[in-house]
Design a protein around this ligand. Sequence first.
Ligand code: ADE
Length: 237
Amino acid sequence: MRIDVLTLFPEMFSGYVGQSLLKRAIDAGIVDVRLHNIRDWAQGKHRQVDDRPFGGGPGMVLRPEPVVESVEAVRAQAGEAGHLVLLTPQGRKLDQRIVEELAEKPGLILLCGRYEGVDQRAIDILQPDEISIGDYILGGGEVAAMVLVDAVVRLVPGVLGDEESNRQDSFSGDPPLLEFAQYTRPREYRGRTVPEVLMSGNHPEIARWREEQKMQRTRERRSDLLGDDPAERRSDV
Ligand code: ADE
């Protein structure tokens, strides 16, 4: 999978791209990450990428020209393979279902917004898939793009080892359930012991216990995943 990232701060990605799972995937040739600085497409002596909003108000807005032209240039390199995503709090909210959908694409072009937003004409022209990572405001789309890459890359075939990829993750089922509690050595820590059933070697019994745990935890912590109305849940407390 080819991933192009368009940002005003490519250096924000360098630590992340050089680490762990993503680095392994890049070294193995499964994922190809390319960083592009939107400022390289800025015009004029001052290479200005942002400006004050028409109509007044605080902050700065990304101008349409460097945004549209940088995306067009990267699209031309990436071919039609690049699915364009704009990271913005106005987008559809990322969940595991959307992560699975994006992991199927041969390539992604991730456009990171900054300042108060992106000129609407750039969005109208480019028609990106607008995605938010949650109902809070970040300083820009860069951290959101890293979250998206992290979640997507681990689903690309060959990135996780067999053992890891055969695991059932939280949120992957229907309905999506939380994971059961995990324990490792030692058997006893500060007076707390591992549940007896996990030491029993009785695998059908262990599987049953884990299924019960998943349902119980989801009911206690995230009953919205089971179709409960979260507003109703709030009024209960
Ligand atoms: N940019 C700023 N806030 C964001 C969010 N919550 N999700 C995606 N991009 C963002």
